[in-house]
Design a protein around this ligand. Sequence first.
Ligand SMILES: CC(C)(COP(=O)(O)OP(=O)(O)OC[C@H]1O[C@@H](n2cnc3c(N)ncnc32)[C@H](O)[C@@H]1OP(=O)(O)O)[C@@H](O)C(=O)NCCC(=O)NCCS
Length: 139
Amino acid sequence: MIRKAGFNDILFIWHVRNELSVRENSFNSECILYTDHIKFMSKNLCNYWIIVFRDKSAGFIRIDKNGEISIAISEAFRRKGIGMKAIKEIVLMVNKPLTAKIKFDNLASMKIFRRNRFKIIVQRDGYEDKYLCLKREIK
Ligand SMILES: CC(C)(COP(=O)(O)OP(=O)(O)OC[C@H]1O[C@@H](n2cnc3c(N)ncnc32)[C@H](O)[C@@H]1OP(=O)(O)O)[C@@H](O)C(=O)NCCC(=O)NCCS
């Protein structure tokens, strides 16, 4: 299940953003300071959803103003199909074209987006950012 994020979720989102595997799969892999997170969330909280599994917060989804989507599932909740279902739910809920930027070696992320009908539109192969851009149109 997915619900809109609120003020009480800010700390949880910060913890998940700072999990090592989440930083590694992000384009900025630096650890995020809480003060920076608060500043960021004061403007961006409205772009976040919380993924709930058995009444517990399991992760979050962010969709920015340009329709770029990202997802993170906290390590304890991985490989249970939660990410796959969450993407399915959010695309139905927002009902607009979405894009995702995914690093080439992020197999789990590639699977959950491609199985939800995101198609590869751009391949980037810069020195630092080796990622694919995927897009899902609405029908
Ligand atoms: C990507 C992510 C959201 C996937 O969430 P998840 O709930 O663990 O994914 P699911 O359980 O729905 O698994 C989806 C598929 O990926 C596979 N998978 C999961 N983790 C994997 C891993 N580490 N390596 C390879 N495959 C993996 C699963 O086996 C499943 O495939 P299958 O159905 O063929 O068995 C999660 O790994 C995560 O938060 N990663 C760090 C942040 C990140 O990379 N975000 C994406 C950037 S947009």
